[in-house]
Write a protein that binds this ligand. Structure first.
Ligand code: FES
Length: 573
């Protein structure tokens, strides 16, 4: 029996309300659009001129719309909240949950039967997926794709990663400021998101491994004509998803997240994927913890030689065979049952995948690193856990004991880091607090603190850094981040004093503050520490601070976990 379309509740009938819903939409749409035969597909578009990485998505949306029409559906493009990672302050992460909530509510409130989700820049795919999982309408993602590689003086430039590297060279005195500024116009060569294995690339590939993208599409560069073909195909699929009632809750499982975590490790992806996947799982009611990332990811080899862990960029990955070629190498670690949005298991797409350039994609037999993944540290400094990405760290620092140099805020850090009087050496452990979800608010990407100028000049290029914030997926270094609980939520990070000994040991997964428990129990955060915590008096920031969960819960709002489904109980008039 054919299922009644959700949009029919608005459009089909002879009463006054159905008349109103139809009449206002009949601006070029044929009468056949409202008979209850043709699915109405929302194209949730995060295109915005202030999200430069997504500015091209209008063209992608047009191809999706053609596919929807061709398959008999009605495409309806809706602009949704968009977040330009480099533009919005104080951090795009503060607005991820707002974007997810707004998209969820607009998909639910409107007469649509399914959705195609167009994202790219860091927070856009996570917010769209969180929304789609909570409203639980048939949905599929089209990642907007990375930009092409820019070059400067004959050298490829990786977005973000090379900005960090070059700016450190300026501070170290090995690159002139003029040369640094000259590289600015070469960094962003084309439309598309960052071309390193930063958060945007990571989330596009992870969304495919999770099963929410037609396999083989993620990673297609934004200017590549195959992206438009893929968008067209996705539009066609969206119509089919509605007739088969294939909603996120029907095909996403714990095994889907296992596949996403395996992919995250094999690609050397961003630590930001942890908070995003935890939040998406939370919307589906799937039990996922930070320990799953360590448990599942620890045995996965690093296969992609991409910045920041390696040297190549996203268009090299596409040329070398793409995500599926890498996943084929770790097929045995994937859940063979986990389905994709097409209705077929992810593993069924791996047979034809092939590596065309072994310098970009390694084989399982000769990986870049035997064990990649993201490790979880626990101990007296992080009772709820903290993350470290060993692939981006300096191996000798992964077992380290050093004295703390503490900063109460990112402003405090900037004010003092280059002070010649600052007591710090290469063995010190830099601690930055007040940067968690509540404290900042929004958990900014500041954990990869730049090193002190005086140590850079001595040739030091990495130190142990500890923070309750996040770091950019394009960053590198021995950085312990997402420390939970954060300082502003009562975590022991708030109690660290300058000169305290801190021990990091990746082998035992420990992160300890070497201060006797009795003394720690006597300590209270000092006034400067407390003054640095955010205390907004109104608006989204107030709501956020009152309800955001800690990093180990995905930093979602507590009342947004779970799904409400797509039902709306009342008419609008
Ligand atoms: Fe948009 Fe990097 S700034 S993906």
């Amino acid at each position: 029996m054919k299922r009644r379309l959700r949009s029919s509740d608005w459009y089909v009938g002879e009463n006054r309300n159905a008349y109103i819903h139809r009449a206002w939409m009949r601006r070029g749409l044929p009468a056949s659009a409202f008979t209850g035969e043709r699915p109405h597909i929302a194209i949730a578009n995060t295109a915005s001129q202030l999200t430069p990485c997504n500015a091209h998505l209008g063209e992608v949306a047009a191809s999706v719309a053609n596919g929807v029409y061709e398959a008999g559906g009605i495409p309806l493009e809706i602009p949704v909240v968009s977040l330009g990672e480099t533009q919005v302050r104080p951090t795009a992460m503060l607005w991820r949950n707002m974007a997810a909530m707004a998209t969820e509510e607009m998909l639910r409130a409107n007469p649509v039967d399914g959705a195609v989700l167009l994202g790219g820049c860091d927070k856009t795919i996570p917010s769209l997926l969180m929304a789609a999982c909570s409203v639980d309408l048939p949905s599929v993602v089209v990642p907007g794709g990375p930009m092409l590689t820019g070059t400067f003086r004959g050298q490829a430039l990786g977005c973000g990663t090379d900005v960090w590297r070059l700016s450190e060279e300026v501070r170290a005195g090995t690159l002139s400021e003029a040369d640094f500024l000259n590289s600015e116009s070469a960094t962003i060569r084309s439309r598309g998101h960052c071309n390193t294995m930063g958060t945007a690339s990571t989330m596009a590939l992870v969304a495919e491994a999770l099963g929410t993208v037609i396999p083989g599409i993620a990673g297609t560069p934004a200017p590549d004509s195959r992206l438009l073909e893929a968008a067209h195909e996705t539009g066609r699929l969206a119509v089919g998803l509605v007739s088969e009632d294939r909603r996120p809750s029907t095909f996403l499982s714990k095994g889907s997240f296992q596949n996403a975590i395996v992919a995250l490790a094999a690609i050397g992806g961003s630590t930001n994927a942890v908070v995003h996947l935890l939040a998406i799982a939370g919307r589906l009611g799937i039990e996922l913890s930070i320990d799953d990332f360590d448990r599942i990811g620890a045995e996965v080899p690093l296969l992609l030689n991409l910045q920041p862990a390696g040297k190549y960029l996203m268009d090299d990955l596409q040329r070398a065979g793409g995500l599926l070629a890498a996943l084929r190498e770790v097929r045995d670690l994937l859940d063979p049952e986990a389905l994709t949005v097409t209705g077929k298991p992810l593993v069924s797409y791996l047979d034809d995948a092939q590596i065309w350039d072994h310098d970009v994609i390694s084989t399982r037999a000769e990986p870049l690193q035997a064990h990649a993944g993201i490790s979880v540290l626990r101990g007296s400094l992080a009772p709820g856990g903290a993350l470290i990405k060993p692939a981006a760290a300096t191996p000798r620092l992964l077992k380290h004991r050093g004295r703390a140099v503490v900063f109460d805020s990112i402003e405090d850090f900037h004010a003092r880091i280059d002070d010649p009087q600052l007591e710090i050496d290469a063995d010190s452990v830099m601690v930055l607090r007040g940067c968690g979800p509540k404290g900042y608010p929004g958990m900014p990407e500041v954990a990869n603190m730049p090193l002190p100028k005086k140590l850079l000049e001595q040739g030091v290029r990495d130190m142990v850094r500890i923070c309750d914030g996040r770091m950019s997926g394009t960053a590198y270094g021995t950085v312990v981040l997402h420390v939970t609980p954060e300082a502003a939520a009562g975590g022991p990070l708030a109690l660290v004093h300058d000169g305290d000994w801190i021990e990091l040991d990746l082998g035992t997964r420990r992160l300890d503050l070497d201060v006797p428990a009795e003394e720690l129990a006597r300590r209270v955060p000092n006034e400067t520490t407390l003054a640095a915590y955010a205390n907004p008096d109104r608006g989204w920031e107030r709501l956020y601070v009152d309800h955001v969960t800690q990093a180990d819960q995905g930093a979602d709002l507590d009342f947004l976990r779970g799904a409400s489904g797509s039902k709306v109980s009342r008419e609008s008039h």
